[in-house]
Ligand binder design. Structure first.
Ligand SMILES: [Zn+2]
Length: 813
């Protein structure tokens, strides 16, 4: 399949204009395929030629302006392009096709719920998957109204971008609202459970598959309350009313992303409908996701980027507004969770400017859809809001939305809107933040705040600086704007922290003496955002081989039991288990480190308020780092646990997963657990557990599926990859280190879309921290012809590994 290039898109947009799509979909013709008849009305430069994108199972017939088109001649299955030649100015194209349901979360995805055998369907068109379910001119700047007629079993409900109406037994129509870009057209159909509400004249609804109905019912009041809050806030901030009629939020199975901003019909992964207890932070993250997708209704959907090179702008804005609209506490999660994702991306060889590399084609845009587009971009916008002030920032935004509503726009037009709102010299400011890569390093030394830019870029930072005693008491704080490499700043204290409120995008550097004091200081710092800044600084210092991993572990062991934010407990616990203990600590020291980490987390679970989010976050860390199978078996029996811990379905699978990895249970035990949990999640967990068993046959089965199975559903593949590698199993998995480098490129031909890069990243032999793996990595990357997505994954995972090797060489000799 060919990825549309920017030049091709420009040429096509110059020749045609799309007036409307009419889709007739038959979802009642079996479980493999569906009927898809697309009628497209479009104008063209007379005499010109172009192509339409379509990826059919079978192309039954095509007519252009009433005349049959010779499909054999006009259609190239390799590129998924159907050529249209010698066009008059007004055209009607009818493409009649049989299409295949997908199992990878893109196109029209069909999932049969193992709990009750009911089928559920949804469409995911992002980034170039719309042609997998209907014929279209698939590029973001050919927007057009889309209406649909659906045939399906009579007990199904149907939702789409516009309001859906049942027209007869098993027949639905979806009305057209405003012009849609193809990448956010959607359809949700199946025997879904639906809950309705209304706010400010806008019909609201939620849906989920039947087996999760009780869990959605329980959370619906909170979900609707937050949805209404977000609508009110975004109406105020954008100054334009929600433009898409109904607002439906569909929780759907096996969804690759967190959610997708289809106008009028947002799709979310249905693991966000919680069937077991979750932490406060997990609820907060769901709220941020709801706000993020809703922000796209204006920014992205109503005003759409012209080409994928402005994708960052969509995501940076939605990320910024998602946290801002949800509330102050969101910034703590943004710091510990999203920023650490972005920091890693911005320090790798694959880093790129926030404003992208131009995205020569659609596929390369997908690879830039990373922690830089989201977390760094949102941090830059946060700095911009501080720089311009809220009033000017939102005045510019409102001008931009009003001027380009229902159309397309580019970044330059947003800059122009800010200039109209009164912003001066914004080009210089923006180019330093958006056209460069990497992080400045900030440190405070005596009365001087130092800024070091590796590339000489002089970025402006608006930050707070605070001073603390060696026991974490704040003694002084001030605000300043950094405009040169040396800024005078007056702050007292034994430990001086730049960016103490975690507001900018920089590496915060500390002197060795400050790190030595961190085990007694960090835990007692009252402001969560300062602790987040320091936890991130610690991770970066470890990754740069500046901080001894054993000292970092002392900081974790001291800080984790006192940490008050459950999101921070989860993230620091995860990092300490997988990265610090898994990659940076030598093999012989690992058991003791994990035992101490598990013990520290258990200590927190013991003293935390029973049933609190902190307690739940802590026990998960204790389970993940546990090395004593007898204790885990007791926990599985709900014995010897801190009061308040409930071993519900998800916690039970966490314990079974750890037992499997330790080799304390076998396949029969996992089968019995799977029999007791016949849900989609149960199947995924059992798949992960089987792959984790320290058994040659289990590893071979998992590996073969990962490298050769093109039928397995995306979630099961992710579970196999998660279960496969464990640092303490390296003697068993050693042969797969070399096999990864031989076999991974073949997976690019096996599968398509998001799954390819994600699996290449997850199956990389991350626990094999040695020079040999570095050499394998370099050898693979030095070759020509490697698939771009595989190259990106191997580059990124290889960089993480190289850092761990460098740290071991420095601190272990
Ligand atoms: Zn988004």
């Amino acid at each position: 399949m060919a990825s549309l290039t920017r030049d091709e898109a420009q040429e096509r947009a110059g020749r045609i204009g799309v007036e409307g799509y009419h889709l007739v979909l038959d979802l009642d013709v079996g479980d493999q395929h569906f009927g898809s008849v697309t009628t497209i009305r479009f104008t063209a430069t007379p005499g010109s030629s172009t192509f339409v994108d379509v990826a059919p199972h079978e192309l039954r017939s095509v007519t252009l302006n009433g005349e049959p088109v010779d499909v054999d001649e006009a259609f190239d299955p390799a590129t998924r392009r159907l050529r249209l030649t010698d066009l008059p100015d007004a055209n009607e194209l009818v493409v009649d096709a049989t299409m295949s349901y997908s199992h990878d979360g893109e196109g029209l995805h069909r999932h049969v719920d193992p709990a009750d055998k009911l089928p559920y369907i949804y469409a995911m068109s992002f980034l170039a998957a719309a042609p997998r379910w209907y014929a279209c001119f698939d590029q973001p700047d050919l927007k057009a109204p889309v209406e649909m007629e659906i045939s399906c079993p009579d007990d199904w409900v149907v939702f789409g971008n516009g309001p859906a109406t049942k027209a007869g037994p098993g027949r639905w129509t979806i009305a057209s609202t405003g012009p849609l870009a193809t990448y956010f057209t959607t359809l949700v159909a199946g025997p879904y459970h639906v809950i309705r509400d209304e706010h400010d004249g806008i019909p609201l609804s939620l849906s989920v598959r039947q087996s999760l109905a009780e869990h959605l019912d329980r959370d619906a009041p909170a979900l609707f309350a937050h949805t209404k809050h977000c609508l009110d806030e975004l109406h105020m901030l954008f100054g334009v009313r929600y433009p898409w009629g109904d607002y439906h939020q569909a929780f759907v199975p096996q969804f690759n992303a967190g959610a997708m901003e289809n106008p009028g019909c947002v799709t979310f992964r249905d693991t966000l409908v919680f069937r077991s207890r979750v932490t406060d932070n997990e609820r907060l993250v769901r709220d941020v996701t709801i706000a993020h997708e809703m922000a796209h209704m204006w920014f992205g959907d109503l005003v759409t980027m012209r080409w994928w090179d402005d994708l960052w702008l969509n995501e940076s804005f939605a990320e910024y507004l998602g946290s801002r609209v949800t509330g102050e506490r969101s910034w703590v999660d943004f710091g510990i969770h999203r920023k650490s994702w972005g920091f890693a991306a911005d320090r790798r060889p694959s880093t790129h400017p926030v404003a992208g590399n131009g995205a020569a084609d659609a596929a390369s845009a997908l690879s830039e859809f990373d922690g830089i587009s989201y977390a760094k971009g949102a941090s830059v916008l946060r700095q911009l809001a501080l720089h311009l002030g809220d009033e000017m920032f939102f005045d510019g935004l409102r001008r931009y939305i009003r001027s380009h509503a229902e159309g397309n726009a580019e970044f330059a037009q947003l800059m122009a809107a800010w200039a109209e709102a009164g912003a001066a010299h914004l080009d210089t400011w923006a180019s330093k933040w958006l056209r460069t890569t990497g992080l400045d390093e900030l440190s405070v030394d005596g009365g001087t705040l130092r800024r070091t830019s590796a590339d000489g870029t002089a970025r402006v930072h608006a930050i707070a600086v605070a001073g603390f005693t060696t026991h974490g008491a704040e003694v002084a704080a001030t605000r300043t704007t950094i405009e040169s490499d040396h800024t005078a700043v007056e702050v007292d204290g034994d430990i001086l922290v730049a960016d103490a409120l975690d507001e900018t995008w920089a590496k915060i550097a500390l002197p060795a003496a400050a790190w030595e004091q961190m085990p007694t200081a960090l835990p007692w710092i009252g402001e969560a955002r300062t602790r987040v800044a320091l936890w991130n600084a610690m991770q970066l210092a470890v990754a740069d081989a500046e901080l001894d991993p054993s000292l970092a572990f002392e900081i974790v062991a001291a800080g984790l039991p006192i940490e008050s934010d459950d999101g921070v407990i989860a993230e620091v616990g995860r990092w300490a288990t997988r990265t610090l203990a898994g990659c940076y600590v030598p093999d012989d020291a690992r058991p003791a480190v994990l035992a101490r980490l598990s013990g520290a987390a258990l200590g927190l679970a013991d003293v935390a308020e029973p049933k609190s989010a902190r307690q739940l976050a802590a026990i998960r860390v204790a389970i993940g780092a546990a090395i004593d199978p007898d204790r885990l078996l007791l926990w599985l029996d709900e014995q010897d646990l801190p009061a308040g811990i409930l071993v519900d379905a998800e916690l039970r699978w966490a314990i079974v997963g750890r037992l499997a990895a330790l080799g304390a249970v076998g396949p029969g035990f996992i089968d019995a657990e799977a029999q007791a949990d016949l849900s989609s999640q149960g199947i995924v967990h059992a798949t992960r557990c089987r792959a984790a068993l320290p058994d040659p046959a289990a590893k071979e089965a998992a590996w073969t599926a990962l490298m050769t199975d093109d039928e397995r559903a995306n979630y099961e593949l992710y579970a196999l990859a998660e279960g496969f590698w464990h640092p303490h199993q390296l003697s068993l998995t050693e042969p797969y280190v070399a096999r990864y480098f031989d076999e991974v490129d073949g997976t690019a031909k096996l599968r398509s879309g998001w799954v390819v890069e994600r699996l290449a990243l997850m199956t990389y032999p991350w626990p094999a921290v040695d020079d040999a793996t570095v050499e394998y990595t370099e050898e693979l990357l030095s070759g020509d012809g490697l698939d771009g997505r595989i190259r990106r994954a191997v580059t990124d995972a290889g960089d993480d590994l190289r850092r761990a090797v460098a740290s071991r060489h420095r601190f272990l000799g």
